[in-house]
Design a protein around this ligand. Sequence first.
Ligand SMILES: [Mg+2]
Length: 203
Amino acid sequence: MNIYVDFDDCLCESGRFFSGLAADMFGKNVPYEEMRFFNLQQAFRLTDEEYRELLIRGHEDEMLLSIEETPGASAVLNEWIRRGENVTVITGRPYRTYEVSRLWLDRHGLGDVQLLLMDKYGREDHTVKADFILEPEDYYRMKFDCAVEDSPSAFRFFGHLPELKVLVFERPWNRETELPGNNFIRCSGWETIRAITAGEPGC
Ligand SMILES: [Mg+2]
C-alpha cells in the first residue's frame, strides 16, 4: 500500500505554532481554534509585509525544529512501515527547509520515512533540482491508496485518483469545508486514522 502523508498540521502542530508566533511578532491574537483560513495571512489578518516576515521567521531552523509533534503521528507511521507499507511524506514547505525538515523527522523517530518537497502552492523556482524535490509531473505518475492531508488547497492533488481514500486531518480551517467526494473522510486525529487503516487492504 502506498500512503501519502502531509507534514504540517498532520505530523506536527504548525497552526498552533504560527498562532503563537503571530501573537509574539505582531500582537495578533487569533487562537488556534479560531484559525478559519489555511492561508496564514488571512487567518491572522496580516499585511503583505507582516506575512512575509512571519514566513521568514517561522521557517528558520530553530523555529521549525521547535514545532510539537501531533500526538500519535510517529507511532502510526512506524506501525505502517513495520507492516510493509510504503509511506511518503509530501510537503509544500519551501525547498530550503528540506534539511531541517528531515532533521525534525529523524528526531521524532521517523528516520525511515521518505520526505519529498513539492511546490503545492506555487511559491518556488522550478529551475532548482534536487533528489528531494518532487515535480508535479512526477507526482502525477505516482500511485497512492491512502492520503493524510489537512489543507483544502491541496485537495486538488487528489482529483486524478478517484479510488484514493483521503483522510482529512480535522483542523479549524477545514471544519466547514465541503469535501470533494465520498472518498474523503474526516479524521479527528491519529487514533482515528489508525483505526480506519488497521488491517484494511488498500487502506
Ligand atoms: Mg498541512
